[in-house]
Design a protein around this ligand. Structure first.
Ligand SMILES: O=C(O)CCC(=O)C(=O)O
Ligand SMILES: [Fe+2]
Length: 338
């Protein structure tokens, strides 16, 4: 099937849409779909891998110079180097590599990784072509987004066991947003940078759960110390979703999902991104989104990664030292959590 999909930057390209009608139908019926081969790992993911490797070089040098790390472990492959840094010195890279701020304790110098390579991935034309098939042609990048580079769970020190580092519990992405977003068509895009397998902690989804409405989430009961839907409220079977690098998982905002434990000997690396129609609430107003694609007003698209980074630095400056804003609606004293 050939259609005029993107009329972008003045040029009309005739391309086959990345998501097939059968895949779109599965997404509607089951609440998720995997599109293998969406991106070309060598062309589209390697720049991100190289960017993170350079950041790790700089971090290791800095930690070594500060006397916090016995060596820089420069000879090791990226994943093994991270694991070595964690097991020998207990240092955490999670916030240095994430593409969002934390929900509490933001300081003026809280690190985050807003780089050209990541911005290019967020705006990747083929990725946005796929997103367009789910949310329409006016696409906003929702700021609920993360990089998760998870080591084998057994080596993670307890105090670092948050959702960037260990498995996350059962949840709906709508449940981790504020109610302002409830009726917005927010799409989750989960992109593995390393092959995601059952062994290294791929996601599990509950097919059909998007039809059941928003389920209660309880604070503090997840394996990562965060929100989780109590198991007794999940009435359908879950399935694991292994994906090769280059592929992507698309999920609806009410699809129940969790991550498996990484029981392998290497890292499991993914990006989770979200997109929605322009002009609607994101569910996380403290953080900045941007226009990723607009056919109607192409000049409103954010095209300079430095501006994107500045939006996050401005948010950080606003939040630093202030009381934490509210990020979700749940209360551990609710009847569902008893
Ligand atoms: O990558 C993970 O471990 C969790 C991701 C997730 O919950 C999401 O992408 O919505
Ligand atoms: Fe999620």
């Amino acid at each position: 099937m050939t259609v005029h999909l993107s009329e972008h930057n003045g040029s009309t390209s005739e391309v086959t849409p990345p998501v097939t009608p059968a895949q779109l139908q599965q997404f509607d019926e089951l609440g998720y779909v995997v599109v293998e081969g969406l991106l070309d790992p060598a062309r589209d993911l390697q720049p991100v891998v190289d960017d993170y490797a350079a950041t790790l070089d700089a971090l290791a040098e800095q930690w070594h110079a500060e006397g916090r790390l016995a060596g820089t472990f420069a000879g090791l492959p990226f994943g093994q180097r991270l694991i070595k840094i964690m097991t020998t010195a207990g240092l955490s890279w999670a916030q240095h590599f994430d593409i969002s701020l934390p929900q509490a304790g933001v300081q003026g110098d809280t690190p985050l990784h807003c780089t050209a390579a990541v911005f290019d991935l967020l705006r990747h034309p083929r990725l946005l072509d796929a997103v367009e098939q789910f949310v329409g042609p006016e696409i906003y990048s929702n700021p609920i987004q993360h990089t998760r580079i998870k080591p084998p769970e057994r080596v993670v020190p307890q105090e670092q066991g948050n959702g960037l580092m260990v498995r996350v519990g059962w949840h709906q992405d709508q449940g981790v947003a504020l109610p302002e977003q409830d009726e917005v068509n927010v799409l989750t895009v989960w992109l593995p940078v390393t092959d995601a397998t059952v062994e290294n902690g791929c996601l599990c989804v509950v097919p059909g759960s998007h039809q059941d409405g928003l389920t209660a989430h309880c604070p503090g009961i997840g394996p990562d110390g965060g929100l989780q839907i109590p198991a007794r409220l999940i009435t359908r079977e879950a399935v694991p979703v292994p994906i090769k690098r280059g592929g992507a998982l698309f999920m609806q905002r009410r699809t129940i999902h969790a991550a498996l434990e990484n029981v392998s000997d290497d890292i499991r690396w993914s990006f989770d991104l979200r997109y929605q129609p322009i002009g609607q609430p994101t569910g996380r107003p403290a953080f900045p989104g941007f226009v990723a694609r607009s056919h109607r007003h192409p000049q409103s698209e954010l095209r300079d990664w430095r501006e994107w980074r500045q939006l996050w630095l401005d948010a950080r400056a606003r939040l630093a030292g202030n009381e934490n804003p509210t990020f979700n609606r749940w209360n551990k004293d609710a009847p569902a959590c008893a």
